[in-house]
Ligand binder design. Structure first.
Ligand code: IMP
Length: 427
């Protein structure tokens, strides 16, 4: 049963777009199962660079059906402008399918995201400000608006009323903001209904039927393992489940159907937003990783925090996702360092700890224990097979594989589509 999950093994931005795109040609469906337009994928096709936020990267492959699953939160204005941007560049987007059960990021959810962050002051999460958290909160509170609600004005009005009831009290009395008018929101949302209608589908049925017909389905996670609401560095996380289980709940495909879970792993570590990050560098090495790796957010334009590879996190990602493989990305960024430190364990209050501590306090106190691996200076961007890599680069990859607990089946050696070494095939 060829159902694969592809997800970030660290704090997101591992280069998933490239991995998905590499498989795109042989995949029939690419499904996003959580998150929204807080994600950012850069996909390079030939000399064209595409920045995708909400759409699955399979949208660029002519043979593939891109699917936005029920677990995703959809900002209709962002979706429509992303679609028209691609159409203008000649990309056919007509095959897109959107679950009628996906929740809608309403304008008031975006407002609430921004005012809440401002209110938190120095305790803020550093969200992308796209309304993700408040939309998932509404979903869990059972006052969310779903895509299917756009097609019943009376239901939509009642639901918007229910959602704004408490929020307007909060906005006016607590945050000193103006109340949001129900009619205005309903009118805006209804304005999207017709444009979205051709894409809305029973994606649960479509995907399960596709799997029965032995089609290849790829589930594409947004964000990353350590940003997972349950398994990440809570509260500095996103509000959904990027981990492998999320692929099932966010798409309506059962766990017995998933054949492979691939973790995208950057050869070093980055993070955006607030929260603990044991291997973070504040020196020239961190600056060099940021510059060489182009570590600036696709969605927010914020500089990413950078640090050395953390094997404790990689082992944890293997465990909570049941990873079968890793796709190691951006190995070329490490070219030129004489020695490359790798975090093999933490020291917490004087004790060596091999596994990620479940306690938030312990994780905040974790200091990296480094082992230095010898670096390489040769250009590796033209390497086509593992044996083309310099010996020290090979040893770096092998060491990471041994520490991380799953085989490294592909290695990214440059941003281009063809700059990838396939060690084992994913299909
Ligand atoms: P939210 O998802 O906008 O609520 O933001 C919550 C946290 O997740 C913040 O630290 C964001 O910077 C982070 N985040 C959200 N999306 C991404 C992503 O695609 N890559 C990396 N970090 C992300």
């Amino acid at each position: 049963m060829p159902a694969l999950v592809l997800l970030g093994a660290q704090w997101g931005d591992e280069g998933k777009g490239k991995a998905t795109d590499l498989l795109g040609g042989s995949v029939d469906y690419v499904v996003r199962y959580q998150g929204g337009n807080n994600a950012g994928h850069t996909v390079v096709v030939g000399d064209q660079k595409y920045a995708l936020h909400l759409l699955p990267s399979g949208i660029l492959s002519p043979t593939c059906v891109p699917v936005i699953g029920n677990g995703v939160v959809v900002d209709p204005s962002v979706l429509l402008s992303e679609l028209s941007g691609l159409n203008e560049r000649g990309v056919d987007t007509s095959k897109l399918m959107i679950s009628g059960n996906a929740h809608i990021i309403t304008p008031y959810n975006v407002t609430v995201d921004k005012v809440t962050e401002r209110f938190l002051g120095k305790r803020k999460i550093g969200t992308t400000g796209r309304g993700i958290g408040p939309t998932y909160a509404d979903k869990i509170n059972r006052v969310g608006i779903r895509v299917q609600d756009l097609y019943d004005e009376s239901i939509l009005t009642q639901k918007v009323e229910a959602a704004l009831d408490v929020k307007n009290q909060m906005l006016t009395k607590l945050y000193n903001r103006r109340a949001i008018a129900v009619e205005q929101v309903v009118e805006e949302l209804l304005g999207y209904a017709e444009k979205l209608a051709p894409y809305v589908a029973d994606t649960v049925l479509v995907l399960n039927q596709a799997l029965e017909e032995d089609k290849v389905v790829l589930f594409e996670g947004g964000q990353g393992t350590l940003l997972d609401i349950d398994h990440g560095t809570y509260p500095f996380v996103t509000s959904s489940n990027p981990t492998a289980g999320g692929a099932c709940t966010g798409s309506g495909v059962g766990p017995t159907k998933i054949s492979r879970v691939i973790g995208i792993l950057k050869a070093y570590t980055t993070r955006v937003g607030a929260g603990p990050f044991p291997t973070e560098l504040f020196d020239a090495d961190g600056e060099a990783l940021r510059r060489i790796g182009g570590e600036r957010g696709v969605t927010t334009g914020r500089d990413r925090r950078c640090g050395w590879f953390d094997a404790v996190i990689a082992r944890y990602a293997t465990r909570v996702n049941g990873l079968t493989d890793f796709f190691l990305t951006k190995l070329d960024v490490l070219t030129g360092w004489e020695q490359i430190p790798v975090c093999v364990a933490y020291e917490i209050d004087g004790k060596r700890v091999e596994e990620l501590p479940y306690s938030q306090t312990d994780f905040h106190h974790a200091k990296p224990v480094y082992e230095n691996l010898p670096g390489w200076s040769e250009d590796i961007t033209k390497a086509k097979s593992f044996s083309d890599l310099p010996k020290n680069a090979q040893n770096y990859v092998k060491a990471l594989e041994e520490m991380s607990g799953a085989p490294i089946s592909a290695i990214g050696v440059g941003p281009g589509r063809d700059e990838t070494i396939e060690v084992n095939s994913f299909l």
